[in-house]
Design a protein around this ligand. Structure first.
Ligand code: ZN
Length: 79
């Protein structure tokens, strides 16, 4: 039986593929002047799988009201 709280490798690959373009166009963090810890933000209500993907630190969920270019994991701030 599949664990419902663990993202499957297959689904992760799909997400990696769909966020590849967004990842390559991420801005530099204005605080630490680096792009190393910047990940894409996802706006709107996430699916269960997307939430798991976000929990792994691949993307940052930004909620429904605001739109951002990215999230810096190091500074813990939206860009
Ligand atoms: Zn930063």
């Amino acid at each position: 039986m599949a664990d419902n709280n663990v993202l499957s490798d297959e689904q992760r690959k799909k997400f990696d593929e769909s966020y590849k373009e967004k990842r390559s166009g991420l801005p530099v963090c204005p605080t630490c002047k680096s792009r190393d810890d910047v990940i894409p933000t996802v706006r709107g209500k996430p699916t269960h799988d997307l939430m798991l993907y976000a929990e792994e630190g691949n993307v940052k969920l930004s909620g429904c009201t605001q739109s951002y270019q990215g999230w810096c994991k190091k500074c813990e701030t939206f860009i």
